[in-house]
Design a protein around this ligand. Structure first.
Ligand SMILES: Cc1ncc(COP(=O)(O)O)c(C=O)c1O
Length: 256
């Protein structure tokens, strides 16, 4: 059986693969998860267990459920001391996305804005664009202002856990940075911003008008790029020309 904790997409993916391999899945979810999000996981054939707590609590429950149980494999997309192999594989998987971006653009962009929960996707972006032979676009971390563990970690120069609160950016609602992501982001992330629910929702509407289906966690990068580029000091720090190519990673379609 596959076991995981999720605030949405990851759990659905694990449930889908468990069904594909016919092994079953148990997915722990925080109490704030939208019922329709949980229903999508159940529809993939998984058992959903509600945890009376936040995402970090759900991760702890999943890990406890799987520990010392040979027939339960923990498939978590965040790392901590002693649990690094599976998250590393997941980060490697994200590289496909970045290879596809480079192929479609015919080269690397100048700035990549990444929606950040625990930082694993951002870790993949930094690893990809900090390879010795690669172009070095700037990497911008974008988090909800209610769950900004990467910004807090970068600001205090140590891995930091923050209290979280409800946000429309459910996929990014994580209070603890992945232990594997932390050294990579500390060394290679150029800037980090937070966005409010209001700004994320207005980015959803703007993308919608352009024909792009994006939920708040995905559209957060448009709001984050705006926050970074409309503030002169931040913009100067990123050192972008007026014709810079900016990639906004939008990781989910409409959520409702
Ligand atoms: C929709 C969405 N976007 C972005 C992310 C960010 O990923 P990470 O937690 O690796 O920072 C997630 C994580 O689950 C997500 O669900």
């Amino acid at each position: 059986m596959l076991v995981t904790a999720t605030d949405g997409n990851h759990g659905r993916a694990v449930a889908r693969m468990a069904a594909h391999f016919g092994v079953g899945a148990t997915v722990f979810v925080p109490v704030v998860m939208l019922p329709e999000t949980a229903a999508r996981i159940v529809n993939e054939g998984a058992k959903v267990v509600w945890v009376d707590g936040d995402y970090d609590d759900a991760v702890r429950c999943a890990a406890a459920f799987a520990v010392d149980q040979p027939d339960r494999a923990l498939i978590q997309d965040t790392a901590w001391a002693g649990y690094e192999q599976v998250p590393a594989w997941i980060v490697q998987g994200y590289q496909t996305l970045l290879d596809e971006i480079d192929t479609q653009l015919g080269g690397a962009p100048d700035l990549v804005a990444v929606p950040v929960g625990v930082g694993s996707l951002a870790e993949a972006v930094v690893r990809h664009y900090r390879r010795p032979s690669a172009a070095h676009p700037s990497v911008l971390s974008v988090e909800p202002d209610t769950a900004a563990c990467v910004l807090a970690s970068l600001t205090s120069a140590r891995a930091t856990t923050v209290e979280t609160a409800a946000t429309v950016m459910a996929g990014l609602n994580c209070g603890t940075i992945s232990s594997s992501a932390w050294p990579v982001l500390r060394a290679g992330c150029d800037a980090a911003v937070t966005v409010s629910d209001r700004d994320a929702l207005s980015a959803v509407a703007d993308l919608d008008r352009l024909g792009v289906s994006s939920g708040p966690s995905g559209a957060a990068t448009l709001a984050g790029a705006r926050a970074a580029l409309t503030e002169p000091e931040r913009r100067a720090a990123l050192d972008l020309d007026d014709d810079a190519v900016i990639v906004l990673l939008s990781t989910e379609g409409h959520t409702r």
